[in-house]
Design a protein around this ligand. Structure first.
Ligand code: ATP
Length: 202
């Protein structure tokens, strides 16, 4: 299975600057690709396009040869955001947050170190690191084929970062999930990725 980004162009406003122009990238489901570029070059924008939050002005995004838009319901490309507190409904208990996506296996919940007691809490009653574990678990539903990780551990201490990445790498390798990881940390990308791609400024 592959994710194909074919000649994608995007700008937020008609008279604004082009964030992406004719951007092409193919990611196989066996790959872990690191996306590098300075701040403001469009890494998050690309992730939003790939997960269907934004639509390209031009070009197409294909999953297994089919346009992303043809996948009704659960999106096979799941994104984990940098700030977990902005990615969850503050009115839902964490048990319900987990149920928002596809079925998440108990193994994943345990593997990410999510404690039973946290499931009954609201997002505001968890630390950023605890909350991020839920966002990662939610993104690892059964039908996930590609995972976009946009600076997902930047705000965490090194031990927690390492625990989370250790689990994630095992999981994506075992299930054949392709990974696109964004980070400003070159050593992290070198450790977790099979190759790196540089985004150029338009
Ligand atoms: N909703 C928006 N409306 C207008 N411009 C936006 C919007 N979101 C982002 N931008 C602009 O698009 C450009 C790319 O932003 P993006 O967040 O994709 O960059 P990035 O490479 O992920 O940066 P960082 O490394 O700082 O997270 C930036 O110049 C930003 O100001």
């Amino acid at each position: 299975m592959k994710l194909e980004i074919k000649n994608v162009s995007y700008q937020y406003t008609k008279d604004g600057r082009k964030i992406l122009e004719d951007f092409c990238l193919t990611v196989e489901h066996t790959e872990r690709v690191g996306l590098i570029a300075p701040s403001g070059y469009g890494k998050t924008t690309l992730c939003k396009l790939l997960s269907g939050y934004l639509l390209p002005d031009k070009g197409e995004i294909l999953v297994d040869g089919h346009p992303l838009a043809s996948y009704q319901g659960y999106c096979p490309i799941q994104m984990v955001w940098q700030q977990p507190e902005l990615a969850v409904n503050p009115r839902l208990r964490m048990r319900e947050v987990l149920l928002e996506g596809d079925e998440v296996e108990e193994r994943i919940v345990r593997g990410l170190g999510i404690e039973e007691d946290w499931l009954n809490r609201f997002p505001s009653e968890l630390s950023g690191g605890e909350l991020q574990r839920f966002c990662i678990a939610r993104a690892l539903g059964k039908r996930t084929k590609f995972l976009l990780a946009d600076e997902i551990t930047t705000m965490l201490d090194l031990i927690t970062q390492s625990q989370i990445w250790h689990f994630l790498l095992q999981e994506v390798q075992k299930r054949g999930i392709g990974l696109l990881a964004v980070s400003h940390s070159q050593p992290l990308l070198e450790q977790i990725c099979t190759r790196q791609v540089r985004l150029e400024k338009q």
